[in-house]
Design a protein around this ligand. Structure first.
Ligand code: G3P
Length: 218
């Protein structure tokens, strides 16, 4: 499973990119607002660090203006993936953009039918929001399983499932088990993936025993 990081914080992105674990980045208007910075500058800076897809979201509601915004965003770098909302206008924009060779991430997906429409419109990525479904008492992960099953029934559909709205490490495990192609993960959750108390405890014990030997490799 590929890891994208879900943030517009360039410091976090630079740090995580050093691990070699980062396959891409997703942003959204809320994350850009949180950064307090200019959208186009942030996307350009991220693209300088990351060679994988960097999702930048249009904010227009109609297809024609979405396509105009997409033209500006695509000029920033060749790895910009245009993020469009799961609306009829968004799907039309998705079709036009993918026909023109752009990567498109269709976002705000909450049903398997929406995911099917996005795939038929040629989406590069579909972003089902796990955490927001959990928030309203539904099973977000079931949506990932359902989309996986549907896409696998129709191998000509090439859309990658990009599990989004991931809130914890277990979401990452479950998304991988469900066969999600990508998980976009907040930086804090990505850092949590390495942690286990027994890893820390084991390391402490090994170092204490090593100290007793009085040896040194260097
Ligand atoms: O980028 C879209 C998605 O990951 C948002 O997550 O936590 O705001 O529901 P969240």
């Amino acid at each position: 499973m590929k890891f994208f990081v879900d943030t517009a914080d360039i410091v976090d992105i630079a740090d995580l990119a050093e691990t070699g674990l980062l396959d891409g980045v997703t942003t959204n208007p809320s994350l850009i607002a949180k950064s307090g910075r200019k959208f186009l500058d942030v996307i350009a800076e991220i693209c300088a660090f990351v060679s994988g897809p960097v999702s930048a979201e249009v904010t227009a509601l109609d297809t024609a203006t979405m396509l105009k915004e997409a033209r500006v965003l695509r000029r920033i770098a060749s790895n910009v993936a245009i993020k469009v909302p799961l609306t009829w206008d968004g799907l039309k924009a998705c079709k036009a953009l993918t026909d023109d060779g752009a990567m498109v991430n269709v976002t705000l997906c909450f049903t398997a039918n929406q995911a099917l429409l996005a795939a038929k419109a040629g989406a590069t990525f579909i972003s089902p929001f796990i955490g927001r479904l959990d928030d309203i008492g539904q099973d977000g992960m079931q949506l990932i399983r359902d989309i996986r099953r549907i896409y696998d029934n129709y191998p000509h559909l090439k859309t990658e499932i990009l599990s989004a709205s991931i809130r914890n490490a277990d979401h990452v495990t479950q998304a991988a088990l469900a066969g999600s192609d990508v998980a976009t993960v907040p930086p804090s959750v990505l850092r949590d993936l390495v942690k286990h108390p027994l890893t820390d405890k084991g390391l402490d014990a090994f170092l204490a025993d090593w100290k007793k030997t009085g040896q040194s490799v260097l």
